[in-house]
Design a protein around this ligand. Structure first.
Ligand code: AHR
Length: 356
């Protein structure tokens, strides 16, 4: 059954690629697989998911969201691999899925490059690939992508800091950054977006190191920052778990942080535990990255199975959370060069309780 389906998929891909021009250099994902042949209605749709790992609250919520949406009851047979933040293991997982001839492969790419060879193998085998969350930046051989605009998260955090510092009369910013996994699109977008504003404003980025999106990583980097630097008044943590680690390190070093204290804390993700820190005034701002992508993924696969065309990109809606009502909104030029004004949500306990 799988072999027949694979042959049909291969043929459909080959035909549509021939129609679209396989050598196209367009940045948009390969539209060929949008015409994937429908699966037999009675079959479960087999999906291999190569997940990044289990490094954060965000990741736990992402895994749960995909497992819930791609359940047997919903018509899926999900094969899940936790790649434990190991790029080689992730490539192996994808190759195993190709060999098994699953109906669809879903990849949340640990890093954004190094993908073209394996995606060519998937294409040659007629197995369509869907990219979830982080982006692949060196290949367009996938059907569609669903995730967050990380560059806008970084730009929004910079725009907020600029407006907040002005409102509080803070004229000098000495900033420490704890990056997420270097080379991941989440890290690249947040780093570049924030840096764009920092450079324009002449802020001093004192140091920027890789905390690997983990609590332990955030704690270790912040411990070393506290030993090395006397003068800093902002810590930007590229996810909540790193920020929890940074809090522990600052507590141990006797550094005060949060609303009205010495160090402004900026975080990303807005998981429940992160928003609790915003409510408590320990994080000044938290820029959401929305992990609840499972239903969008399930709907996309069902559309593809039905032979429908899907969008090449689906962006998650993401609010920006703050602890004080100092500012109502922020205005900045976003990643597609459009000036936008976006609201800031003053975080209540009810909002935190409702988060993932
Ligand atoms: O790719 C999304 C990022 O990866 C989240 O911000 C982080 O928590 C996760 O590990």
């Amino acid at each position: 059954m799988k072999k027949i389906l694979a042959l049909i998929l291969s043929l459909a891909l080959a035909l549509s690629l021939a129609a679209c021009g396989a050598g196209s250099t367009t940045a948009s994902p390969n539209a060929g697989a949008a015409s994937v042949a429908p699966s037999a209605a009675s079959d479960l749709i087999t999906v291999g998911f190569a997940q990044v790992g289990h490094e954060s609250d965000w990741r736990t919520a992402s895994t749960k969201s995909v497992q819930t949406a791609l359940s047997k009851d919903n018509g899926f047979d999900l094969q899940f691999v936790d790649c434990d933040n190991d790029s080689a293991a992730q490539l192996t997982a994808v190759r195993n899925f190709i060999q098994q001839q699953v109906d669809y492969i879903v990849i949340d790419p640990i890093v954004s490059t190094g993908w073209d060879t394996v995606l060519t193998e998937a294409q040659d085998a007629g197995v369509p690939v869907i990219v979830l969350d982080r982006t692949i930046d060196d290949s367009d051989k996938y059907v569609t992508w669903i995730g967050s605009e990380f560059m806008n998260e970084g730009l929004a955090s910079g725009a907020w800091l600029k407006a907040y510092a002005a409102a509080k009369g803070i004229t000098e910013l000495n900033i420490l950054v704890i990056q997420g996994t270097v080379g991941s699109s989440a890290e690249i977008g947040r780093t570049n977006g924030f840096k764009q504003i920092a450079d324009a404003e002449g802020w001093n980025i004192v140091d920027s190191q890789d905390g690997n999106f983990t609590q332990d990583g955030g704690q270790k980097i912040m411990e070393s920052y506290c030993k090395s630097y006397q003068k800093f008044n902002v810590v930007v943590c590229q996810n909540d778990n790193e920020a929890f680690g940074a809090e522990d390190a600052m507590d141990a070093a006797g550094v005060s942080y949060g609303v009205g204290k010495d160090v402004i804390v900026v975080s990303f993700d807005a998981c429940k535990a992160g928003l609790n820190e915003v409510v408590a005034g320990k994080f000044n701002a938290d820029f959401q990255c929305n992990p609840l992508q499972g239903q969008f993924l399930a709907d996309t696969i069902k559309k593809l199975v039905a032979g429908e065309t899907v969008e090449s990109k689906t962006f998650m809606a993401e609010p920006w959370y703050v602890s004080e009502d100092t500012l109502k909104d922020i205005t900045y030029t976003n990643s597609i060069n459009k000036e936008v004004t976006e609201p800031l949500v003053v975080t209540t306990q009810a909002i935190a309780d409702a988060s993932y």
